[in-house]
Write a protein that binds this ligand. Structure first.
Ligand code: APR
Ligand code: MG
Length: 221
């Protein structure tokens, strides 16, 4: 266990803590982008109500349900399928970074991260349900997205995806999982993250240009 992390037992023993559980659902796939670029794996993340990318899941009260039952319940609300989550799917637990949630709450938040591999057909079923029967669709959950694992021209693909904004430590959870499960080669991941950092500079210029646009169109009161 790396520093800052807690075992499931240590996490559950914390008296003034609340718990949030999120899961990375993924599958293998044979499909190819444009008929030539292997997709290799489908990894699901979601656009959250706060405009950040994160994994499906949410707050769980261990006094009322197990962490895994709570996560299954959250999945039913957010993606429309109560996928069973087991103890073996638990990867790690840690205190949420100080900036998340903001403003600070009167309790400490422990985030539990799970990873579950399912079939490609189940992934498709989850995607269909998330956009149709999930009660949180359009509310707390704004839509599932697949993580592009390939690299495309001019820093596109994984590098561009990693340059977006993520809730809490969700980006690290994704990167750790890619390494741990060998879904992307470490050297490719390193290259993608290096590209991502460059993209940030361009994004800032882009944002400034958009801001100028609104300045020009702002009507005087
Ligand atoms: N790392 C750290 N913190 C995270 C992560 C992560 N990867 N993912 C989510 N969180 C935090 C969120 O900031 C939130 O405070 O965990 C908490 C619960 O997760 P959510 O998925 O946002 O919770 P959910 O139960 O689905 O519903 C949203 O929580 O954010 C509040 O007020 C909001 O009532 C709303 C509810
Ligand atoms: Mg949630």
């Amino acid at each position: 266990m790396t520093s800052g992390q807690l075992s499931r037992e240590e996490a559950l023993a914390c008296s003034n803590c609340r718990h949030a559980c999120h899961v990375m659902l993924y599958s293998d796939t044979e499909t190819k982008l444009f008929g030539k670029i292997p997709i290799r794996h489908i990894i699901l993340m979601q656009m959250r109500f706060d405009g950040l990318l994160g994994f499906p899941g949410g707050l769980v009260n261990p006094q009322e349900e197990s962490l895994e039952e709570g996560l299954s319940r959250e999945l039913l609300e957010e993606v429309g399928v109560a996928l069973p989550i087991s103890l073996e799917d638990h990867v790690d637990a840690c205190f949420a970074p100080a900036s998340s949630p903001s403003p600070p709450l009167p309790f400490r938040l422990i985030t539990h991260f799970y990873v579950k591999k399912i079939d490609e057909e189940q992934i498709r079923e989850v995607e269909r349900a998330a956009a149709s029967t999930a009660t949180d669709h359009g509310l707390e959950a704004l839509g599932l997205v697949r993580v592009p694992l390939y690299s495309w021209k001019r820093g596109g693909g994984l590098a561009m995806f990693l340059s977006h904004s993520f809730i809490g430590n969700a980006r690290s959870q994704l990167v750790n999982s890619l390494l741990r499960l060998n879904l992307v080669a470490p050297k490719d991941l390193h290259k993608a993250l290096t590209e991502s950092l460059k993209t940030h500079t361009h994004s800032a210029d882009d944002l400034k240009a958009a801001l100028t646009l609104t300045e020009a169109n702002r009507k005087p009161f």
